[in-house]
Design a protein around this ligand. Sequence first.
Ligand code: PMP
Length: 296
Amino acid sequence: MYYDANSTVFKDGRWIKGADAMTGDFNQTLHYGNGVFEGMRAYENENGCNIFKAKDHFDRLLYSASRIHLRIPYTSEELVQIAYQLLDHNNMHNAYIRPLIYSGENMYLAPADDCHIFMGAWKWAKYLGSKPLNVMVSSWERPNPKSTIIDAKITGHYTNSILATTEARKLGYDEALLLDMNGHVAEGPGANFFFEKDDILYTPPAGHILPGITRRTVMELAHELGIRVVEKFFTIDEVYQADHAFFCGTAVEIAPIASVNGEKLPGEWENSAGYNIYLMYRQKVQYNEYQGLTIV
Ligand code: PMP
């Protein structure tokens, strides 16, 4: 699914076959989870394609890496160029791009001297599909920001995401919604969360979440549409009173939520602020600009 015999990936300055992209069993990141990664999407347009907010994603990648003492000899601008070259090598326009920075061999609990970068791309449909989601409040909390760097996209954090997703799926839900250590709503396993009440959007502030690039895009689009967005801490009880809710993230894009713990959200998605933002988002990701679409 992620590569075939013709796929090319970028590895430490070289272009190699996806099947040859190997790392050893003594790799520190494999043992301890101290790698960092990104996920970004390329969207086809008349001029080829646009990797949406590629520079922002690579800035966050390098920020994440620096926070856990991993260094690679590339700037964000160089990585953006490499990402476009990666798409050319693979003849792709619509794609999900995955850069990963990881350590070499070292079993000590100190940063390894050598550090590697991998970048691959594959076709990936909307991560959670298009159907409104039935969501459960997870029994797992998001990691405590005093025990890790919560705004860095660290590989080890995703153990928490996998636990939450596994629990939700096992209990028959589509996705999990995680609270933070204080009992406030935080985010999904791989996406940020918004709810809408009386035409105002609410989302948790930075602090216990990965403040996503899509989340910021939603806020920009809401501003363009004159929709008020309030960042505040809130409990799940407020979500039960909401008209609408959605997840947003690079992989999921903007994904409507039908119910939370079996409590159905009453509003029609097509009549929500989130849906209007989604229509604008479709254009913005393709062209970087919203080009004026008829809003229904
Ligand atoms: N929260 C978590 C935990 C995530 O993994 C992601 C995906 N990167 C997001 C939020 C959304 O971030 P973005 O919009 O930058 O993809």
